[in-house]
Design a protein around this ligand. Structure first.
Ligand SMILES: [Zn+2]
Length: 249
């Protein structure tokens, strides 16, 4: 009998112990769940989603991204994209300007992430440039050519050979970027080789090729790349045409 009572008591003790344990576990799990959900809601609200893979061709055929800005088609002083400008992360910048049009942001980020994943140290040197910034750069260039000996009445034309007149820079669209260095040495760098092989998969084209200067009216700029969308970028490269020629077909 004594044995029987001991067995029943032992079973009761074991049963109560397990129930207690279970209760503690449930409480801990609930707390953990609360923590996870609260931290993930903070992440989703502050991080802009970046596509891991380039978007499939055909999904980004948005005509607004084919905006033409060149010496024959200047943008108005008060041109303002309907999209906001977004700031690129400091780790990908090596210049003072930081913003691009929101439309190209995820594509540019995906391109930069992919380049760095391949061991290519690709930086954005110059992205969006406002009309006021262009005015300042153009005026500075005029001052410099006058100092270098060009007569004042020829200084503006001389400056325009090198620096875009305000409103004619594609950088005002927020859809174009200069990478690493704005010298022709860029074409010998691994960054250029990588862009030539991969940029179209992220919707970017080299905007001013050496053999199209008469059409673009801009000298060869291997460092200047323009977003046109993946479908159009692949089509333009396949056809071997500039944006002017593509829009003029
Ligand atoms: Zn440029």
């Amino acid at each position: 009998m004594k044995n029987c009572v001991s067995i029943v008591l032992a079973l009761l003790f074991i049963c109560l112990s397990f129930t207690g344990c279970g209760k503690r576990e449930t409480g801990a799990a609930r707390d953990e769940k609360t923590d996870v959900s609260s931290s993930s809601s903070i992440e989703t609200s502050s991080v802009v989603s970046v596509p891991e893979e380039p978007a499939p061709a055909g999904l980004d055929a948005n005509f607004s991204i084919l905006l033409l800005a060149n010496p024959d088609n200047p943008l108005p002083k008060d041109y303002d994209s309907t999209n906001p400008l977004l700031e690129l992360p400091a780790k990908y910048l090596n210049g003072e300007l930081k913003q691009v049009d929101a439309e190209i942001y995820p594509y540019l980020m995906a391109l930069l992430d992919a380049a760095w994943a391949d061991g290519i140290e690709l930086y954005v040197r110059s992205p969006y440039r406002s009309y006021a910034t262009q005015e300042m750069l153009f005026k500075n260039k005029i001052d410099r050519v006058i100092k270098a000996g060009t007569p004042a009445d020829q200084a503006e034309a001389e400056a325009a050979k090198v620096v875009a007149r305000p409103g004619t820079s594609e950088h005002q669209t927020g859809l174009a970027v200069d990478f690493n260095t704005t010298t022709n040495a860029f074409e010998t760098m691994p960054q250029y080789k990588w862009l030539k092989e991969n940029a179209e998969d992220y919707g970017f084209i080299m905007r001013y090729p050496s053999d199209k200067e008469d059409i673009t009216k801009i000298v060869y700029e291997p460092w200047h790349w323009r977003f046109v969308g993946i479908k159009v970028a692949r089509e333009m490269n396949f056809l071997g045409v500039t944006l002017e020629e593509y829009l003029d077909r």
